[in-house]
Write a protein that binds this ligand. Structure first.
Ligand code: PMP
Length: 420
């Protein structure tokens, strides 16, 4: 039985107060809170097993190596990868996507090649390819969105030619919540031999992921957005593609042998995990994956869908709230970006903080998407397993109060902060 009240007991931080109010944490798309099981896994590693991996025959090093390798296996199982060797641990989604751009793009793109991106991309997915395009004199094309935040798939059909080498897109948008169709994109891309790079930062933590059904070539995601610690992320790639690539970062642990004239790269995944890795982070991510598997990703999805459905219904009761992206909760993750007419997004965010409600405000590392929507920024509420319908009620109540105080809030413009 999925019970958010039971789940909440595993998250010590949810007991704290903010501005004298019980914390309501609605900033899960930025990062999630950590259950005690994850915190304990990291603590246990440092207290009883800490040593460097792959570097020694002593017991602690072997224990650490085994735990770190097992964490790769857990993540492989979580996304149903063919082998744990396809799981590369890195620092986050951003690094994972750069590994592909530098490891594949740098060595395979030629002048005149084309890269297809989308206007809803996070900068971490968009910018590595933009840089690569500049370096290689390749051309970038962007798939636009409909007014309600769906990708215009017909544009992809139009853009795909024999020149297309890369198609990169988010499986779920971090602003609109839109869940895209990886298979549809992958089939079109593969019809011309392009590689398909999916940003899973907002999908893997929230939707069941079966890599074998998605038909993509690479998938990137971050541990900290799925109950794990910061500083650990994952790149999944097809084994044959990964094996054909050069590492992005090189040095210790990436090689089997080095002479003054030659280098033999290590087996997967070590070839891509240069230097001493984030061992405790990997083990913490393994514990996070155990936790999510125990809950069941279908349940995670259904819970978030119910929260979104309820929020959108209650939004209808508030005067002058405007939200962006699909109207149908079936097509959305638990992310809702909105504005209150006449109020700056940062003003709304600061006011919500006074109620103890944590949301993110700004452009959420998706400036081109905001420009496309004609917006200077949005307020983003994003849900996870420990959020409840009662919290949504409290959020709506807070928004109603903010709307009623709109005139006085208007006179206090916020200081602009860095919006990522
Ligand atoms: N892509 C998307 C869709 C995201 O939401 C984020 C995080 N905001 C990232 C990439 C980057 O993740 P990280 O900061 O963990 O590298």
């Amino acid at each position: 039985m999925f019970d958010p009240e039971e789940i909440r007991k595993d998250f010590p931080i949810l007991n704290r107060e903010v501005n004298g109010k019980k914390l309501v944490y609605f900033d899960n798309a930025a990062t999630t809170q950590k259950p005690i099981q994850v915190i304990n896994a990291i603590r246990d590693f440092y207290m009883y097993h800490n040593a460097n991996v792959h570097r020694g025959f002593h017991t602690l090093s072997q224990e650490a190596s085994q735990m770190y390798e097992e964490a790769h296996e857990k993540v492989a199982k979580f996304i149903n990868a063919y082998s744990w060797r396809e799981i590369i641990f890195c620092s986050n989604t951003t690094e994972a996507l750069n590994i592909v751009a530098y490891g594949w793009g740098l060595w395979n793109l030629r002048e005149g090649d084309e890269i297809i991106l989308t206007v809803m991309d996070h900068h971490s997915s968009m910018l590595p390819w933009r840089l690569m395009a500049k370096l290689k004199n390749a051309k970038v094309k962007y798939i636009d969105i409909t007014n309600d935040g769906y990708l215009k798939y017909e544009l992809l059909e139009e853009f795909i030619t024999e020149k297309t080498r890369v198609v990169a897109f988010p499986i779920a948008s971090n602003v609109l919540g839109t869940i895209n169709d990886p298979r549809r994109i992958a089939r079109l891309a593969h019809s011309v031999g392009a590689i398909v790079v999916a940003d899973g930062a907002q999908s893997v933590p929230h939707l069941p992921t079966n890599i074998r059904e998605l038909e993509i070539d690479f998938l990137a995601f971050s541990g900290h957005k799925m109950l794990g610690p910061t500083g650990i992320g994952v790149l999944w790639g097809r084994q044959e593609l990964l094996e054909s690539m050069h590492p992005f970062k090189v040095g210790g642990d990436t090689i089997k042998d080095v002479t003054l004239d030659d280098v033999v790269w290590h087996d997967l995944p070590w070839r891509f995990e240069a230097g001493t890795p984030n061992i405790a982070g990997g083990i913490g991510l393994g514990a996070a994956v155990d936790y999510l598997l125990k809950i069941g990703m279908e349940n995670v999805r259904e819970h978030e869908k119910a929260l979104v459905e309820y929020t959108l219904k209650r939004f209808g009761e508030i005067e002058d709230v405007e939200y962006y992206g699909p109207r149908n909760p079936r097509d959305k993750t638990g992310v809702i970006a909105f504005n209150i007419k006449g109020l700056n997004h940062h003003t709304v965010g600061s006011a919500l903080d006074l109620f103890g409600i944590a949301v993110r405000t700004g452009m959420h590392c998706a400036h081109p998407l905001h420009y496309r929507l004609g917006l200077k920024g949005t307020v983003r509420a994003s849900y996870y397993i420990y959020n409840t319908l009662e919290e949504v009620d409290y959020f709506i109540e807070a928004l109603e109060k903010i709307v009623s105080l709109r005139e006085s809030l208007k006179s206090k413009p916020p200081t602009e902060v860095c919006t990522g």
